[in-house]
Design a protein around this ligand. Structure first.
Ligand SMILES: [Zn+2]
Length: 251
């Protein structure tokens, strides 16, 4: 069981210091103390992760506001107001607030949307793959029964990536990075999330956060992702070969 987990070493004592910058507005619902603490701690981890990849310490105090709804009718009012498609949660950058329907699995959704809040503070016009890929990765954070932080793999997304490789979907990555940012949420949106997640999962699990940092820096300077990868790995093909090998060996 344990080997499925992606272990991340972290100082949990310092995590609790960051709790005060998370506001959870409960609308017709309750959460228990352990849910509240878990959300705060995992968001604190998101802050630390973003501090690391953006080489800053500013993320500690980024305000995160989550509106949590117990009744769908209340959630639907906001969903309609902001024209948001999701039945489970969404984030509105202009007001820096997340809106979450409190379903059975609301914590991963809260972690996803909260990360957009933190991320936008670091990098407003980030490529969608980076923003959504990180958000998908953060969804998978949890604590095991001994209180250790881990990240479980999103098996369906990984399965889809592996299937693509098996079908010799050779230009998957190149095609993916050529899509316009606006089209990320259009045609093939689920597959776009698969690929975005697979990038972040690869960087983290392959211990290549230094490469990820460099790619982020280069895209922030205006390079497109393909070029940023090429400059980081020597060639796009070198990166692609490593990515494919990683997924072909992944259980
Ligand atoms: Zn998202």
């Amino acid at each position: 069981m344990n080997k499925l987990f992606l272990l991340i070493s972290i100082n949990l004592i310092s995590l609790s210091l960051y709790a005060q910058y998370v506001e959870i507005n409960l609308v017709n619902c309750k959460i228990n103390d352990s849910e509240q603490k878990k959300i705060e701690k995992l968001i604190a981890y998101e802050r630390m992760f973003c501090n690391e990849i953006f080489e800053t310490s500013n993320n500690i105090t980024v305000p995160v506001k989550i509106n949590l709804y117990g009744k769908y009718k209340d959630y639907k009012i906001e969903k309609t107001k902001y024209n948001a498609p999701s039945q489970t949660g969404f984030y509105i950058p202009t007001i820096n607030e997340a809106f979450i329907m409190k379903g059975g699995d609301f914590i991963p959704v809260a972690l996803h949307e909260a990360s957009h809040s933190i991320f936008q503070f670091n990098y407003q016009k980030a490529p969608k793959w980076l923003n959504e890929g990180l958000a998908e990765f953060f969804e998978t954070l949890d604590f095991d029964s001994e209180g250790n932080l881990y990240s479980y793999p999103q098996s369906n997304r990984i399965k889809s990536i592996k299937a693509g490789l098996a079908f010799k979907d050779t230009d998957r990555l190149k095609n993916f990075f050529k899509i316009y940012d606006g089209a990320f949420y259009g045609h093939g949106v689920d597959d776009n999330y698969n690929t975005a997640y697979s990038m972040i999962y690869y960087f983290v699990k392959n211990k290549s956060t230094r490469a990820l940092k460099n790619i982020i820096k280069l895209t922030a300077k205006g390079y497109d992702t393909e070029k940023a990868i090429e400059l980081t790995y020597g060639s796009f093909n070198a990166f692609e070969a490593s990515y494919k090998q990683f997924y072909s060996l992944h259980p």
